[in-house]
Design a binder for this molecule. Structure first.
Ligand SMILES: [Mg+2]
Length: 306
């Protein structure tokens, strides 16, 4: 979504007092979608739900789990760490404020709240969040296809590889090439080639359903898929699904020496990281398998298990 076509931002208001929830909601609901939580547990659940809030207004003083603990837990969870937190406190105390900010909160609002102050601060922080989100998208997304780019792939590969090394769990990687893509570009022109890349990217992305799986365009007609905590059996099943999904697009490829339509070759590999082994080892194995798949006639996958 472009910066001019923004959906309404969602604010999560957390307070143990129903009256406070009502007062703050009333101030914000004209400009934002407002969700409320009456305690810390509920706040954590709403923050990590499918549609996470863009900003959290968090009461400091609450029974059971206070605002500090809620904030600390939000910041510990990678899924919620990026959501800005504004503390709402009735105590105008510098030490409280410092503690909140040290836990990762971005700002402080003092109770009793003044509507204009709440509106202004929330508006500022929502704008900042949107700039950050946009920057994040621009730096991690492939411009043409909209799927992840090589940068995000490399980042995630190293992160997941380390995680797999610690847990000693298997990790799988699929290396993917569109067959005879240079001939496709030469025949159909670059706009045609771009359309082909977009359709293939969408078909590949539609095959993965787990949030931890990642499909990326790594350059030109090269794609890759990262599958954390996936054994060779599951990885091979998905690899064949991807091959079949691209074939099912039935994109004409008049210049293909092997098939009359667009196909892909895939190399899939699975490994449990050894001590101090670089993630590149997994990439090299997948590339070698991909090379075998091409040599064997393309439109197929080769699996290498270590
Ligand atoms: Mg309270």
């Amino acid at each position: 979504m472009g910066p001019l076509m923004q959906a309404q931002a969602t604010i999560l208001v957390v307070d143990d007092s129903p009256e406070n929830l009502q007062v703050i909601s009333a101030v914000l609901k004209q400009d934002y979608k407002v969700k409320v939580a009456i305690n810390g547990e509920r706040a954590l659940a709403l923050a990590s739900a499918a549609e996470p809030p863009d900003l959290i207004l968090l009461d400091v003083m609450m029974p059971d789990m206070d605002g500090y603990e809620v904030c600390a837990r939000l910041k510990q969870n990678p899924a919620t760490a990026g959501i800005p937190v504004l503390f709402v406190s009735s105590r105008d105390d510098e030490e409280d404020e410092a503690r909140g900010l040290s836990l990762g909160a971005i700002d402080y609002i003092v109770k009793p709240i003044r509507p204009s102050i709440v509106q202004a601060r929330v508006r500022n922080h929502i704008e900042l969040k949107r700039s950050r989100d946009l920057l994040e998208r621009l730096t991690t997304q492939d411009h043409l296809t909209g799927i992840s780019n090589r940068r995000r792939f490399d980042d995630r590969l190293h992160l997941e590889w380390q995680r797999a090394a610690r847990a000693q769990t298997p990790m799988s990687l699929i290396a993917i090439d569109i067959d005879h893509f240079k001939a496709y570009n030469d025949h159909y022109g670059h706009p045609g080639g771009d359309q082909c890349l977009i359709q293939v990217a969408q078909a590949l992305a539609a095959c993965v359903t787990r949030p931890t799986d990642l499909v990326a365009r790594c350059g030109g007609e090269e794609f890759a898929c990262l599958l954390p905590s996936t054994d060779s059996c599951g990885a091979s099943r998905l690899t064949e699904q991807m091959r079949a999904a691209v074939e099912a697009l039935c994109l004409e490829h008049a210049q293909s020496p092997t098939h009359g339509h667009v196909t892909i070759s895939l190399g899939v590999t699975t490994a449990i990281p050894q001590t101090d082994e670089p993630a590149q080892a997994l990439v090299d194995m997948a590339d070698a398998a991909l090379y075998e798949a091409k040599s064997a006639g393309r439109n197929r996958f080769v699996a290498r298990i270590r």
